[in-house]
Design a protein around this ligand. Structure first.
Ligand SMILES: [Zn+2]
Ligand SMILES: [Zn+2]
Length: 257
């Protein structure tokens, strides 16, 4: 007994559940709404309530002594009537049980239909998930191959980089040696220039010396010539006193030089 109430109690004629009446907390009616158990009997006066018809099955009540349901107001004299009532009661319970059977069959059908639908839903969800998984797997595969090619390229690039670094260091070495060579050659050029300028000076000196020598030779030839002329003049007796144009001009030229 869920109810907890001790007054105005009704017992379900189908399953024996006890609940309070509509003037308390309506637990008996609630039981009917939940189960569709149609008939409940008041514990106070044994009257039976029909929930679907919403009325008392007014002729039925339970005999206090033997618990059989009999018609209210009926007498012991009328056995046939009592049997009729019992039949009616049986009929009521049978119809109630029949409606219960239908109700539960419906429930089972609904549950089966729901179950089938759920199964279908789950199947389609599973299918979707599988296809998504396939897509994901494919993507993972693609990404893996992409990663592989990228790492391959990375390796190539790093190799190239290393090669370039090596080339660069070689170039630097070459450059250093070239700079060294350049400095050496520059020094050599300076040396050569010094030598050349020294030689130039020497050449100039030599030229001057040569000129002096040439002067000397010219002068001595001129003197010899003049001496010859004088001797000839003396021999011929034609000594002329006065400036000799040729010798004078010769001497002047000597001085100018
Ligand atoms: Zn109650
Ligand atoms: Zn019940």
């Amino acid at each position: 007994m869920v109810c907890g109430s001790s007054e105005d109690l009704w017992i379900c004629l189908v399953c024996g559940n006890v609940g309070c009446g509509r003037y308390t907390s309506e637990h008996a009616q609630q039981h009917y709404l939940e189960t569709h158990h149609n008939y409940a009997m008041a514990l106070s006066d044994n009257r039976v309530w029909d929930y679907a018809g919403d009325y008392f099955v007014h002729r039925l009540f339970q005999n206090k002594e033997d618990g059989k349901l009999i018609e209210k107001g009926g007498s012991d004299e009328n056995e046939a009537k009592i049997e009729g009532i019992q039949l009616e009661c049986m009929h009521l319970l049978t119809s109630q049980l029949e409606s219960q059977r239908k109700y539960w069959e419906e429930m089972v059908d609904q549950a089966q239909a729901q179950g089938a639908k759920k199964y279908e839903d789950v199947c389609s969800e599973l299918e979707q998930a599988m296809s998504q998984l396939q897509v994901t797997n494919k993507k993972v595969e693609e990404l893996g191959s992409e990663r592989q090619s990228l790492s391959h390229r990375n390796l190539q690039l790093s190799n190239k980089f290393t090669q370039t670094l090596r080339d660069l260091s070689n170039e630097r070495e070459l450059n250093k040696s070239l700079i060294k060579n350049q400095e050496m050659w520059r020094k050599k050029v300076v040396d050569v220039e010094e030598v050349a300028s020294k030689q130039q000076v020497e050449i100039t000196e030599l030229k001057e010396q040569l000129r002096d020598v040439m002067f000397y030779i010219e002068a001595s030839q001129a003197i010899k010539k003049e001496d010859g002329q004088v001797q000839d003049d003396i021999r011929d007796g034609t000594v002329v006193v006065g400036p000799s144009t040729s010798s004078d001009s010769n001497r002047r030229r000597k001085k100018q030089r």
